[in-house]
Design a protein around this ligand. Structure first.
Ligand code: AMP
Length: 426
């Protein structure tokens, strides 16, 4: 009896074939866009103290209330698989005393994140995000640069039907006053609201703007708008961000109903969506979080950043859908294929030695690992598009230049040199 098959958990997927190749390409573009703008790579642990997200992301958010994968370690400490990247990066900023470095400190990451969500197309329980955080400056140019970089990356990736929505949530102080106004409006219309929104009037009234419940939506149409109640300083900051985005040629719409699902945002918030995606249309978004570092035990420090979903970028990009594809990527060109004339152990050892030597010399080299006959090996070399084929035999090795159609007998230890010389001559 054969054993039962074990599948990947719900909402997770394997990355392989063409999909893996497209991710590698995306990572290379992200690196070039972000490192070109002075961002440094950071990787934080896959799990953190639960307290980090409870305090950082906020107790009233869906993420913390319903979506965290939390576990207890053997010492009884509560740990959580990271659901987002900003709180961990700010934790690292504080832990490594990065406020002593030149500000702003600009960091980028490409990592996987975990949320216990209802799995569907474009929404997974383990997903990948590329993100960028600029910590330590409240200059509106930081906001505009950050948004422009995501715009550039999404454009380079060929994401179709992009829309950028932009708003400002003001500082915590100006928001406090506004919250009271909004709460009064919600309480006055309580009977029309969804259960969920009603239960959050005290804790998180702004999320009512995100509701897809028809009654709530109609109440929200007449709700006061935060953008109309910004302090003079916050309004000026927002005006600057807009001016700089205009200068940079980034097209956006101001949307006063834009609120984001995390509590730490202040001032600028934004979101890119794509018409090419279905219900899960968010490609990436972010904003300013001027109180977060302090909330995590650091000095008062402003910050600005974003995260974009790798799977959503690939779904919305021109070269079609991703996920579950098992097609092999086009192979990298093979410079040298090492074959053996006959399946003898000593020849295999010599061939393996040649393969290692070629790779140490920086050549892309392969040999047959499937026990093929000489004819089979030459067929494989052909399929791989090998430029040179070395056939290791008893007396000598034959080096074939497949492009020029020439061949010469050589000592095995002279092969790599001959290939390098031949390449040089090209
Ligand atoms: P957020 O951290 O919620 O602002 O999400 C930022 C981006 O990450 C979104 O715009 C999506 O592209 C992506 N994202 C968030 N949650 C998921 C998920 N469960 N599955 C796939 N992508 C996600």
């Amino acid at each position: 009896m054969s054993a039962a098959k074990i599948k990947a958990p719900r909402g997770t997927f394997d990355v392989l074939g063409e999909d893996a190749a497209r991710r590698t390409a995306l990572e290379a573009r992200a690196r070039s866009v972000l490192e070109g703008a002075g961002y440094e790579r950071i990787e934080t642990p896959a799990f953190e103290a639960t307290e980090l997200f409870a305090r950082g992301v906020g107790e009233s958010t869906d993420i913390v209330r319903k979506e965290m994968f939390t576990l207890e370690d053997q010492g009884g400490r509560s740990l959580t698989l990271r659901p987002e990247g900003t709180a961990p990066v700010c934790r690292a900023y504080v832990e490594h005393g990065m406020h002593k470095r030149r500000q702003p400190v600009k960091l980028w990451y490409l990592s996987s994140f975990f949320r216990h969500e209802r799995a569907q197309a474009g929404r997974y329980r383990q997903f990948w995000q590329v993100g960028a955080e600029a910590i330590g400056s409240e200059d509106p140019a930081v906001d505009a640069e950050s948004i422009s970089l995501l715009a550039a990356l999404l454009a380079e990736m060929g994401v179709r039907g992009l829309r950028l929505r932009l708003s400002s949530l003001g500082s915590h102080e100006s928001r406090r006053e506004y919250r009271e106004r909004l709460q009064a409006h919600l309480r006055a219309n309580e009977q029309s609201l969804s259960e969920d929104v009603r239960s959050r009037i005290e804790l998180n009234p702004l999320r009512a703007f995100d509701s897809d419940h028809p009654g709530t939506q109609s109440v929200m149409r007449s709700a006061p708008r935060l953008l109309e109640h910004l302090s003079a300083q916050d309004a000026e900051h927002f005006a600057h961000v807009r001016e700089l985005l205009d200068v940079a040629g980034v097209v956006y719409e101001v949307d006063a109903t834009l609120v984001r699902g995390l509590d730490y945002y202040t001032r600028t918030v934004f979101e890119f969506t794509s018409d090419a995606l279905g219900a899960q249309s968010g490609v990436g978004g972010g904003g300013r979080y001027d109180g977060l570092v302090e909330q995590l035990g650091g000095p008062p420090t402003p910050g600005m950043g974003w995260a974009a979903g790798i799977e959503r970028i690939m779904l919305a990009a021109e070269n079609g859908p991703t996920g579950g594809s098992t097609h092999s990527p086009p192979p990298a060109p093979v410079e040298l294929f090492v074959a053996l004339e006959s399946p003898r152990e000593d020849l295999r050892t010599a061939a393996f030695g040649l393969l290692s030597e070629a790779r140490s010399a920086g050549l892309s080299a392969q040999m047959d690992l499937g026990g093929r006959s000489l004819k089979g090996q030459l067929g494989l070399a052909d399929t791989l598009g090998a430029r040179y084929v070395a056939i290791v035999a008893d007396a000598h090795t034959t080096l074939k230049d497949m492009q020029a159609g020439r061949q010469e007998p050589l000592a095995t230890n002279a092969v790599v040199h001959a290939v390098l010389r031949g390449q040089h001559a090209l």
